[in-house]
Design a protein around this ligand. Structure first.
Ligand code: M6R
Length: 607
């Protein structure tokens, strides 16, 4: 949450900061601001709203070749120009952008007010420049380090001082920060998307580290001033991966990328001759993996839904008991970490605070945690004991789509690997591999039905409530369909296990409340059909996502979305896609901001 960018070099800083903020906008879009330096003074421009609003009030030729910028997702203090970052100390010489939460800010604010500091904003962040000012005696890095000793909570910060031209100091504790090494110029940002246009050489900071940058280079230390040696990484993707191309928005682009992104997640990871999977990044020996007696999965939101599918699959195919839990709940439950359990932390961004902190707690108790992440170099990926990168490419839209199906692919591969070490025969393994390899083409076929799904989206977009219903592997898909719809269209939606509707939710059924049934031709089809009839008998409209040629399901439903016939274990891939499209077209019809829905942000780095 919140995006940070800093630049120092020979060029004018403002266009680089604004362009970087635009790329970071998905991290938060309540307000934005920049502080640009000229020797002896800082120019600060801040504005409520998106980067376009900031751009419109920023002087075109603002001079200065070093500065910092911020795009905000509000935590403390309302959404207004004053609470927007950067925040200045009371002399106006020091500017700070901050991502995170300063938990002891009330105490610090009281202490600073007692010393005569007058605060302008309602934020927790404004204490930071004022604390730095208290310690500044000509050395900005030293003053930042002294101030950090007082801060409790989480932060990724970037700091400039009007009297230290060409210098930026950054520090990280719980909120990501990456250094970008350019040719005679340096950048600092909360993620690499902000600087990919300028450099591919990056250095990821760890918690507790501080960086000093100027146009010539950087140095990293810990808060006690001890030097820290860092590795330089090369970003492997290109600028066009984070551009919309011909699509009207990122969500549509990302939905339509799924045949390729799923294929990428599988690529090089299947050993056809022995019908198993090859996952090089697990960093665990075979015996360890063979002796796993329970798999536990932690995640949030859509990643949790992928974990629910993974758990169900591991249990039914590999015969390993498995559970997926909300990281935000598990963390505070003092979980039992058994010796023979293997944990997975699933996260597209690899930065979700709930998942990260839960993972740290499990590791502290001696548990082995593997990551399933998309963002290379993200904190969860780096702090886990090993894992699987899903390689779906940058996902920019707030609503997760292609990362979900790639997370599924990772679970299918891991399940195959474990199952083949246990009771799955080579013959059965081969069938599993063939079905898995058929997924990208099947998803492409579903996507070809976009016009029909658009028609259905338009037909139902004025409904105020929706139910999403599925059984077995389709229950998490129902949850995911409901989440997609509510987060981007703001239509209230509930996902339920179909068998549960008669235990309460059926009271909601009326002519105004559409039910979306997910009905594959699996062993639960008849049960689903009975539930559909129960809804129908009460006048509820039904949209069914089913299998091509299933006349019975099509005849009960008011609207029917046909998907290709598959091995029943693989329907999560194909049946989630129509739900993504349905949510998308409903939101589009309602004129919503699909990529950046209200109140949300892509990377949730606060608890
Ligand atoms: O980056 P993560 O996968 O850890 O994010 C978890 C959730 O915040 C995320 O899936 C969220 O629910 C999405 N907006 C869903 O589309």
């Amino acid at each position: 949450m919140c995006g940070i960018i800093g630049y120092v070099g020979p060029k004018r800083a403002t266009p680089i900061l604004l362009e970087g903020l635009k790329r970071l906008e998905y991290r938060g879009y309540d307000s934005a601001g920049v502080a640009v330096g000229l020797p002896g003074s800082l120019t600060v421009v801040k504005k409520t709203g998106k980067i376009a609003a900031l751009r419109s009030v920023t002087p075109k030729e603002l001079p200065g070749n070093w500065g910092i910028g911020h795009t905000r997702w509000a935590t403390h203090g309302g959404v207004n120009d004053v609470n927007a970052h950067p925040h200045l100390d009371s002399s106006g010489k020091i500017a700070v952008v901050h991502n995170g939460i300063i938990e002891n800010y009330r105490t610090l604010r009281g202490m600073l007010e007692h010393d005569g500091v007058v605060f302008k904003s309602d934020t927790d962040s404004e204490v930071i420049p004022n604390l730095i000012a208290r310690y500044f005696e000509g050395d900005l890095e030293a003053a930042v380090k002294a101030a950090l000793n007082h801060l409790e909570g989480t932060y990724g910060i970037a700091v400039v001082h009007a009297d230290r031209p060409g210098e930026i100091v950054g520090a990280r504790n719980g909120s990501p920060l990456v250094i970008g090494i350019g040719e005679g110029e340096m950048l600092l940002a909360s993620d690499v998307t902000a600087m990919i246009a300028h450099t591919k050489q990056v250095v990821y900071l760890n918690d507790g580290e501080v960086v000093f940058i100027d146009a010539e280079g950087y140095r990293t230390t810990d808060r006690d001033d001890q030097p820290v040696r860092k590795q330089v990484d090369e970003v492997t993707w290109e600028l066009n991966h984070i551009e919309k191309g011909d699509y009207p928005c990122y969500m549509e682009k990302e939905i339509f990328e799924q045949p390729e992104s799923i294929a990428r997640a599988l690529s090089g990871r299947i050993e056809r001759d022995i019908a198993t999977a090859k996952l090089g990044g697990l960093n665990l020996d075979r015996r360890h993996l063979r002796e796993v007696n329970r798999v536990r999965i932690i995640a949030a939101g859509t990643s949790w839904h992928a974990g629910l599918v993974g758990a169900s699959l591991l249990e039914s195919v590999a015969r390993i008991p498995a559970q997926a839990e909300l990281a935000s709940e598990l963390r505070y439950r003092n979980p039992v970490v058994e010796k023979d359990s293997l944990w997975f932390a699933v996260s597209q961004s690899g930065e979700t605070a709930d998942t990260l902190y839960a993972m740290r707690e499990i590791k502290r108790k001696g548990g082995t945690v593997l990551g399933i992440c998309n963002v290379v170099g993200s904190t969860i990926a780096r702090e886990s004991d090993g894992g699987v990168y899903v390689h779906s490419g940058p996902e920019i839209a707030v609503a997760s789509t292609k990362a979900f199906t790639s997370q599924l692919a990772a679970f299918y591969l891991f399940t195959l690997f474990e199952a083949r070490m246990r009771d799955l025969s080579q013959e059965e393994g081969k069938r599993f591999v063939e079905a898995l390899e058929s997924v990208p083409a099947a998803v492409a076929k579903v996507l070809a039905g976009r016009d029909e799904i658009q028609r259905i989206g338009k037909k139902y977009s004025k409904a105020r409530d929706f139910l999403f219903l599925g059984r077995g592997l389709m229950y998490p898909i129902a949850l995911e369909g409901a989440l997609k719809l509510k987060e981007i269209s703001y239509i209230h939606a509930e996902g339920y296990a179909s068998g549960e509707i008669k235990h309460g939710p059926i009271a909601l059924v009326s002519e105004e409340v559409p039910s979306v049934f997910i009905v594959p031709n699996d062993g639960l089809r008849e049960k689903n059909i009975s539930n559909m009839r129960e809804i129908k008998a009460r006048g509820g409209p039904i949209i069914a996502v089913g299998v091509e040629g299933d006349e019975e399901v099509a005849s009960i439903a008011d609207d029917f979305i046909a998907t290709p016939r598959m091995d029943p274990r693989f329907y999560p891939f194909t049946m989630v896609v129509p739900l993504q499209l349905l949510a998308y077209f409903c939101a589009l019809d309602l004129g919503r901001d699909v990529d950046q829905p209200r109140n949300l942000a892509k990377s949730v780095t606060v608890e």
